[in-house]
Design a protein around this ligand. Structure first.
Ligand SMILES: [Zn+2]
Length: 291
């Protein structure tokens, strides 16, 4: 499942590649994934892309008038392609773009001069593909109030790496959630963007067990969880910037310390990593160095 680090890198890259271009074509080969009418889809053509950004587990595309909210859920992936590139199976949504005069001045520094950036006169495409067809693309025409489940308050709290989420705000927000730490981190209403993989990584970095209750944490442990959250996500974004382009549909997870590494030695203490399967999810942790 794409989480905050994955989507941050994809959003930075797509913004750098596409912002400033106008939509040439809009198609929904997998119409079940798209919430919106054919007329709303057609109305995207001609609109210039203002920004592409990540919020929580969503990718948001802001156009001149309308907007598009993408929730890739478990298996949705984004591809930056050229027209004529083979369309992968289970492609649900394709936007084609025209040329642009200049690159966006607010593109992320790490994308500048990247070899995968399409030339200004190129005609790139964004494709959304979803093998399980669980994700959704919500068309948001100006003036149409179409609810997007899970986007915005109260279901969605601040992004886990939001500069406005200070330690004081974290301490205040966490009080409302007494339950198990893994569920807490995955609760988008607490902080947004963390899923199954990065919750395991953050708890390992904080040396806290996933099934421990927040209500049992000492004040220093609450603070350690904050520090671990910020450091783990920031580090992952740095790694993914190097590893993911130009294949943005790749989900790179091999650098993680514990998640999905059951039976392998813990990189910190050497204890064999424990793996628990519950509710269809893998939880990985170290009994040697997490308390
Ligand atoms: Zn360990």
């Amino acid at each position: 499942m794409p989480e905050l680090p994955d989507l941050t890198v994809v959003a930075d890259a797509l913004h750098a590649a596409i912002a400033g271009r106008s939509v040439r074509s809009a198609a929904a080969p997998g119409p079940l994934a798209v919430r919106g009418t054919p007329a709303e889809l057609e109305a995207l053509v001609g609109q210039r892309v203002e920004a592409i950004r990540q919020v929580g587990k969503f990718l948001l595309i802001a156009l001149e008038q309308d907007a598009i909210a993408c929730n890739p859920m478990l298996t949705g992936r984004f591809q930056l392609a050229a027209p004529g590139d083979k369309l992968p199976a289970k492609t649900a949504f394709v936007l084609g773009f025209g040329p642009r005069l200049v690159s966006p001045p607010d593109a992320a520094a790490w994308t500048r001069g990247a070899s995968w950036l399409p030339a200004s006169d190129a005609l790139p495409e964004i494709r959304y593909r979803d093998p399980t067809q669980m994700g959704k693309i919500y068309l948001q025409p100006a003036g149409v109030a179409r609810p997007v489940p899970g986007l915005g308050p109260p279901d969605q709290g601040p992004d886990a790496d939001d500069p406005a989420l200070t330690l004081d705000v974290w301490r205040d927000r966490i009080r409302r959630h007494p339950g198990e730490l893994k569920n807490l981190l995955r609760n988008q209403a607490f902080v947004a963007g963390i899923g199954n993989a990065y919750s395991d990584e953050i708890l390992h970095a904080a040396r806290l067990l996933p099934f421990r209750k927040r209500s049992s944490l000492a004040a220093e442990e609450v603070d350690a969880l904050y520090v671990a959250t910020r450091a783990t996500l920031a580090n992952a974004v740095e790694v993914l910037k190097e590893r993911v382009p130009p294949t943005f549909e790749l989900q790179v997870r091999d650098f993680l310390a514990v998640h999905d590494k059951g039976g392998q030695p813990c990189p910190r203490c050497g204890t064999r990593i424990t793996e628990v399967r519950a509710g269809g999810f893998i939880t990985s942790f170290c009994r040697g160095c997490q308390r």
